[in-house]
Design a protein around this ligand. Structure first.
Ligand code: HEM
Length: 129
């Protein structure tokens, strides 16, 4: 029961995190001053902290760990890539022409992570026979 609740919390945080990223990305692409809105600064940090905390708790509960089990390693590295690509997409000093490619790459990375989550496989089970 607790496991399912935390899993729903984890997935809810994923949905909010990606929605906030899409909102900030869209505003940045339209050159709108989203940084002036305090909520768009604070909320993503809070949501991402709960996302990671719930991820670690779920991993502990099922006894599978990043850097031991491949799919969880892929999720952690994917999360790192999502954060770095997202920072470039939203960065103050990122040239306008580079925002969209970084934004799209960050969203593709989240898509990859969701695939890994659903299949428990870094290759989405495409390589297993
Ligand atoms: C943006 C990053 C992440 C996304 C998009 C994401 C997505 C998801 C989704 C959609 C599920 C539900 C899968 C299902 O229905 O069975 C899930 C479960 C889970 N995630 Fe994440 N996750 C992320 C980060 C992480 C990280 C970094 C870890 C590593 C510790 C992690 C560990 C887990 C675990 C252990 C489960 C439960 C798997 C199960 O019960 O079968 N997640 N994640």
């Amino acid at each position: 029961m607790a496991y399912l609740l935390v899993k729903y919390l984890h997935v809810t945080c994923v949905l909010i995190s990606v929605s906030l990223f899409v909102l900030r990305g869209a505003l940045a692409l339209m050159s709108r001053p989203w940084r002036q809105r305090r909520v768009l600064h604070v909320a993503p940090h809070m949501v991402d902290t709960v996302l990671l905390g719930s991820a670690l708790w779920l991993a502990w509960r099922i006894g599978q760990y990043p850097f031991v089990n491949g799919w969880l390693t892929a999720k952690v590295l994917g999360l790192l890539a999502y954060i770095l690509l997202g920072m470039r997409a939203l960065g103050k000093n990122t040239p306008r022409s580079q925002r969209l490619p970084f934004f799209v790459a960050a969203l593709l990375t989240v898509g990859y992570i969701v695939g890994v989550a659903l299949t428990h496989s870094p290759s989405w089970e495409l390589l297993s026979s």
